[in-house]
Design a protein around this ligand. Sequence first.
Ligand SMILES: [Fe+2]
Length: 184
Amino acid sequence: MALTTEDIVARCEAAVQEATPALAVRDVLRQLVSEPSAVAAALGPVEAGGITPLHRSSDLTVLHVAWTPGIVLYPHNHLTWAVIGMYGGQEDNAFYRRRAAAGLEPAGGREVAAGEVLVLGDDVIHSVANSRREFAVALHVYGGDFFAPGRSEWDFETFEERPRDLERTRRVFEEANARWRAAP
Ligand SMILES: [Fe+2]
């Protein structure tokens, strides 16, 4: 039987019931991205970058994320653990620490290539870029309601903190999609 989005969500729902949910989800995503063509077939073709919710509840969010070539998303937090499983392309993650007074300082990075899985702790602040000329496609799983209020984002120039604005995030994807469509 072919893999479906319902299967993907069901496996994640089972994993969050375990004693170590983030690690259980990590293992689910490792298994899934080891068969990237099955995941791609389940999720369907990607024609534009964006975030598509597959499941949302108070203890679990599953997103299908497609990063447009050239996109750069400013630093933000999730306030929950997160597991990223790449099934195509590559996500360039940059990490940050809060400065004692205000703002952020860079704290390393991690490139996540197709077939790899990255676990992020609940205090992680990261920005994400796709520096390649193909879509970076991933499953993002969070141990809470990703869309709930209370999250922060930071201006990329000033590192000033502000309440997370998902409408702004949507515009970042839209602008990247327009640039990519117009690219030679
Ligand atoms: Fe994120």
